[in-house]
Design a protein around this ligand. Structure first.
Ligand code: HEC
Ligand code: HEC
Ligand code: HEC
Ligand code: HEC
Length: 192
């Protein structure tokens, strides 16, 4: 009888397949639970501070008490008010519920984070609320409105600084990304 020992890389693989299996067992709609903007704050303090001072964070506050109970207004001003108990247009309204992607070991792996529900917000997502029926005098210009809510430039600059000041890594091939791993395995696990 051979003893069932696993190599480090086999363990790493089993771990990731385990995470996937665990996520696949989640409710089918891929609508994951929200953890709240404060849960993102600890790791994304700059993004959080910019958002907190923005109209999106205050979007519910501009409504009168009666309007705050009106589903027609909440659909844009606080779309996750009832289902997730989150006021305003929050991080997770745009980036998806953080239930599975927010642990650091998943966040650090860009592909795995997306498999775990992290969403890249698109122009189409903005237009779901910034449409002809919203009370803006100007038509929605994506490029300039995106710039007006920039909460990523500071983070990206800091990240760049950190990685360039880091000591050079020993010469060794990069560990495969999750996507490369799936390709190696020829897996159809995530193709739907
Ligand atoms: C435990 C720390 C931690 C928490 C909590 C966390 N993040 Fe992250 N996040 C990271 C790390 C680390 C990265 C990878 C980028 C980096 O190296 O700085 C990242 C990356 C991201 C990215 C960019 C992904 C990419 O590849 O472009 C987005 C968007 C993001 N996080 C959103 C969120 C949101 C929204 C929340 C709250 C629901 C959240 N994060 C909670 C640590 C965290
Ligand atoms: C289709 C999405 C949508 C719906 C539904 C909606 N709004 Fe808005 N609302 C917006 C957007 C987007 C803005 C910001 C417009 C801009 O400044 O470009 C806005 C702005 C406002 C403002 C101005 C806020 C400020 O800071 O000056 C008020 C007040 C407001 N809405 C009230 C309401 C009320 C009351 C209802 C329900 C009867 C409602 N809205 C329904 C999308 C919506
Ligand atoms: C109205 C939608 C919206 C809200 C609300 C929002 N974001 Fe974003 N976020 C975006 C978009 C769009 C981008 C990508 C911009 C780009 O790539 O040009 C982005 C980028 C980011 C990035 C940078 C990713 C990278 O590649 O470096 C992080 C981190 C992030 N958001 C975290 C947060 C956090 C944390 C919150 C809440 C405190 C939040 N976001 C709220 C839409 C939103
Ligand atoms: C769930 C609905 C929703 C989504 C999605 C959304 N917004 Fe908004 N946005 C609002 C509401 C509501 C306001 C008005 C808040 C207020 O003034 O109190 C607003 C205000 C703004 C403002 C400040 C007013 C202005 O026009 O200068 C900017 C900028 C903005 N949004 C950009 C974006 C961009 C870019 C995206 C997509 C990445 C986006 N929003 C996605 C609902 C949304």
């Amino acid at each position: 009888m051979g003893s069932p020992t696993l190599s480090r890389s086999e363990l790493a693989r089993a771990w990731r397949v385990g995470i996937l299996a665990w996520m696949c067992a989640a409710p089918a709609a891929w609508a994951y639970d929200f953890l709240g903007a404060e849960s993102c704050q600890s790791c994304h303090p700059d993004a959080w501070a910019t958002w907190k001072a923005s109209p999106h964070a205050r979007a519910k506050d501009v409504l009168s008490p009666t309007q705050q109970r009106d589903a027609r207004c909440l659909s844009c001003h606080s779309p996750n008010d009832v289902d997730q108990k989150q006021a305003g247009v929050t991080c997770e309204t745009c980036h998806g519920g953080g239930q599975y992607y927010s642990p650091r070991y998943i966040m650090k792996d860009a592909e795995l984070a997306r498999l775990a529900g992290l969403v890249d917000p698109t122009e189409k997502a903005c237009r779901a609320c910034h449409d002809a029926s919203s009370p803006s005098l100007r038509p929605f210009d994506f490029a300039s409105r995106l710039k007006a809510m920039d909460h990523w430039s500071v983070e990206r600059a800091k990240r760049k600084e950190q990685s360039s000041s880091r000591a050079p890594l020993p010469a060794r091939g990069p560990s495969p990304t999750f996507g490369e791993y799936l390709e190696q395995r020829g897996s159809s696990l995530v193709r739907r």
